[in-house]
Design a protein around this ligand. Structure first.
Ligand code: ZN
Ligand code: ZN
Length: 328
């Protein structure tokens, strides 16, 4: 008989009954090391024995020194559990005990050297790193037990990074977070309009290939920037090589400008895309929908008003933010 009860310290997902918000309870994450407590950085070349075995690396040739490694997170909040009885797990279930937090939770180590900023990575390795991350997301998208994935970066301690060695994370989950589900009800022409208005209001920060980086109309923080394609494209994992390279180049460019405007600013970014194709049949993705990357500098702290309302207060207008990032 299959065991449905997980070991004590495994991650579980609970749903807040008032807001529908999900909370991952992952007791093992309390064991996560912070830089000060470590003898050696587990992400530096030479210390690979301190991390789980990699799932992907760049370059692929194991004889060549690696430039990017993707490894399972040692302290995951979503765990890649074997399927129970070969079927789908109870992804949509919500009850008091929560459900097992099933999914993929990886770390993307973006340099073999102990760098703390993406700006220290040479542009061609940075492009390759994004290519590898896209490959991993595409592999997750092909799995029937997962419905959606997110790539995100926490850069700096106020952005939530526990290790300073430059890295991103990838999660793929068996449910669609309410925030993303809500964005699927956007009007078909919303994304095209966002770009048109950004051009009209001089909020475009930079462009590369088919991608545009602009300050959105309601930035939560000074210099918040979104990057998205000019044409409808629900999935980043299906983007062509040129588009992936353009994203690598634009993330560098925006972070470089942010760093000039506000030296050493911490930031988060995340890449939103539509539910995976096999899951989006159940959830219609509107025509015109686009994957996009949101970069949110951590200039001011999230406080009671933000947590209590989901609203934000920012000291800078969108136009002023764009001006600072455009360098005048
Ligand atoms: Zn390191
Ligand atoms: Zn978004």
């Amino acid at each position: 008989m299959p065991r449905h009860d997980a070991p004590d310290r495994s991650s579980r997902r609970h749903e807040d009954p008032l807001s529908g918000r999900a909370v991952f309870v992952a007791p093992r994450r309390a064991d996560r090391p912070h830089d000060e407590a470590l003898q050696a950085c587990p992400f530096c070349a030479g210390n690979e024995h301190l991390t789980p075995h990699e799932v992907l690396r760049s370059p692929a040739d194991p004889a060549a020194p690696w430039m990017t490694r993707i490894i399972p997170n040692k302290y995951p909040f979503a765990e890649d559990l074997p399927p129970i009885g070969g079927g789908r797990r109870e992804g949509g279930a919500t009850h008091e005990a929560g459900v097992p937090a099933h999914g993929v939770h990886d770390v993307i180590i973006e340099s073999p050297r102990h760098e703390t900023s993406i700006l220290s990575i040479d542009p061609s390795s940075w492009r390759a790193s994004w290519g590898l991350t896209q490959d991993r997301l595409a592999a997750c998208a092909g799995r029937r037990d997962l419905v959606w994935g997110l790539i995100f970066k926490n850069s700096g301690t106020s952005a939530g990074a526990s290790l300073e060695h430059v890295h991103s994370q990838l999660v793929a989950l068996d449910f669609l977070p309410p925030l993303v589900a809500a964005s699927l009800s956007a009007a078909a022409d919303l994304f095209a309009r966002l770009i048109r208005q950004a051009e009209r209001d001089r909020r475009v920060v930079a462009t590369a290939g088919s991608l545009v980086a602009f300050v959105p109309p309601a930035p939560r923080q000074p210099m918040e920037t979104w990057i998205m394609p000019r044409q409808p494209a629900p999935w980043f994992h299906a983007a062509g090589r040129e588009e992936v390279e353009a994203l690598a180049d634009l993330t560098r460019e925006v972070v470089a400008r942010l760093d000039e405007a506000s030296p050493g600013a911490d930031y988060n970014w995340w890449l939103h895309q539509a539910p995976f194709a096999h899951a989006s049949q159940a959830r219609a993705v509107p025509e015109g929908w686009r994957w996009h990357l949101e970069i949110v500098p951590r200039i001011t702290a999230l406080a009671g008003f933000e947590l209590g309302t989901g609203c934000h207060v920012s000291v800078a207008t969108a136009e002023e933010s764009a001006r600072r990032l455009r360098r005048g």
